[in-house]
Design a protein around this ligand. Structure first.
Ligand code: FAD
Ligand code: EPU
Length: 337
């Protein structure tokens, strides 16, 4: 473990922003993490996972701690279920593939989401009808101030849509070091209703899908819809889909009868932010080095040399325009740093 100075964070964030870390360290085990946190000369820290949900808007004076804690362990199992603990630095998608290889069911719909296992509870990652919370048991987290380890159970985490306690009361107070899951070993509960999964399975010629088939279908859909950060810098959905009241929705329908929506409760609907942004005229718009993706208006992109502050400026223009046209506020999903 070595503290490096003045290094570029470009390879460490999927937006490909060339911001500098004044101090940087990669930690591979808990002892290293604790000893780094005890260093008095670096009081301010930025925790870095896979860098796939952050927009770096400036050079970082903080000590950037890259979480590289590896290891997957089956804590217990019977004929029906397995309890599995994965350390925070495991790559999420590789962990999903490990589950598929072991025939552990639960997170197949979350295939190909970038980032680390340790970050997955922070915004309760979700896709194609499944959220992390559906298979989450607990996570261990190290307090940045006391260096004590706390276990957060599912109720402790207060999970919501792209939300948890780690984005609110406990924001930036802990480093999640491991996550424990409960998976099915047989009688898997398949989730094929969302979006285009069933038509994708049909085109693959599959009538009775396995969890592995669903994983493959999700990978294929995602590859066709979302830009690969290796080709073009991005952070997935830049904004959350806004949830509005039925009353607000009725008003929206007066001017935009074609507006799509998904019911989330008796009184509320979710509006796809991608639709609002497209309708506001931003889809495919390019502003020099950055812009809005041509196939998915919810994804802001860096064509090469953009600065984080450029993309932040564009995101604010989009928010202002959407508010003016639709009277709906859209909130960033990406962490602005
Ligand atoms: P980072 O960007 O490294 O960090 C995000 C935040 O968490 C930062 O504030 C950081 O300081 C903090 N942090 C990181 N690790 C820890 C830790 N161990 N303990 C405490 N704090 C920590 N998300 C979805 O939910 N669904 C999707 O379908 C989806 N699709 C995506 C597609 C693409 C192409 C991309 C680029 C992103 C997508 N995302 C999606 C967003 C992203 O993959 C997830 O939010 C992911 O969980 C971020 O993980 P990360 O390790 O890269 O986080
Ligand atoms: N739409 C448009 N124009 C666009 C994009 C979308 O009109 O340019 C409308 C269409 O009506 C479409 C609908 O939005 O049917 C939904 O689009 P899509 O299926 O692509 O999903 P999304 O709502 O844009 C959400 C998540 C994704 C997740 C997918 C699949 C959020 C903020 N985003 O996107 O998560 O992968 O569903 O479940 O909830 C992420 O969080 O980074 C992310 C990629």
């Amino acid at each position: 473990m070595q503290i490096q100075h003045n290094i570029s964070l470009k390879p460490y964030n999927t937006f490909g922003i060339d911001a500098t870390a004044k101090h940087f360290v990669s930690v591979s085990n808990s002892d290293q993490l604790k000893s780094v946190l005890s260093l008095k000369e670096y009081p301010n820290k930025l925790i870095l996972g896979g860098g796939s949900n952050m927009l770096l808007t400036k050079n970082q004076d903080k000590l950037v701690i890259h979480i590289n804690l590896k290891g997957i362990e089956i804590l217990s199992e019977d004929e029906d279920f397995a309890i599995v603990k994965a350390n925070a630095g495991e790559n999420w998608h590789e962990f999903v593939l490990w589950c598929m290889a072991n025939n552990f069911g639960g997170i197949e719909n979350l295939s190909l989401i970038p980032g680390n296992v340790g970050t997955s509870p922070i915004q309760n990652i979700g896709a194609y009808g499944v959220e992390l919370k559906d298979h989450f048991v607990s996570c261990e987290a190290l307090s940045l101030t006391t260096l004590e380890t706390h276990t957060f159970t599912k109720p402790d985490c207060q999970f919501g849509y792209r939300d948890s306690i780690f984005k609110r009361q406990e924001k930036e107070k802990h480093i999640i070091t491991s996550v424990t899951f409960k998976f099915t070993k047989r009688n898997h509960i398949l989730n094929t209703n969302y979006g285009t999964i069933s038509s994708e399975l049909e085109s693959m010629g599959i009538k009775n899908p396995t969890i592995q088939d669903i994983s493959k279908a999700v990978i294929s859909i995602r590859e066709s819809k979302l830009p690969n950060p290796k080709d073009i810098g991005n952070s997935g959905s830049f904004f959350k889909n806004p949830v509005i009241t039925n009353k607000q929705f009725e008003t929206l329908l007066l001017n935009f009868p074609e507006a799509p929506s998904y019911s989330v409760s008796e009184n509320e609907v979710k509006i796809p932010a991608g639709w609002l942004i497209e309708k506001a005229g931003f889809k495919g718009k390019r502003f020099g080095n950055y812009g809005v993706h041509k196939n998915q208006a919810l994804v802001l992109v860096n064509y090469g040399q953009a600065q984080g502050s450029d993309i932040l400026k564009l995101s604010k223009l989009i928010q202002k325009t959407v508010l003016r046209i639709f009277n709906i506020s859209i909130e960033a999903e990406v962490n602005i740093i």
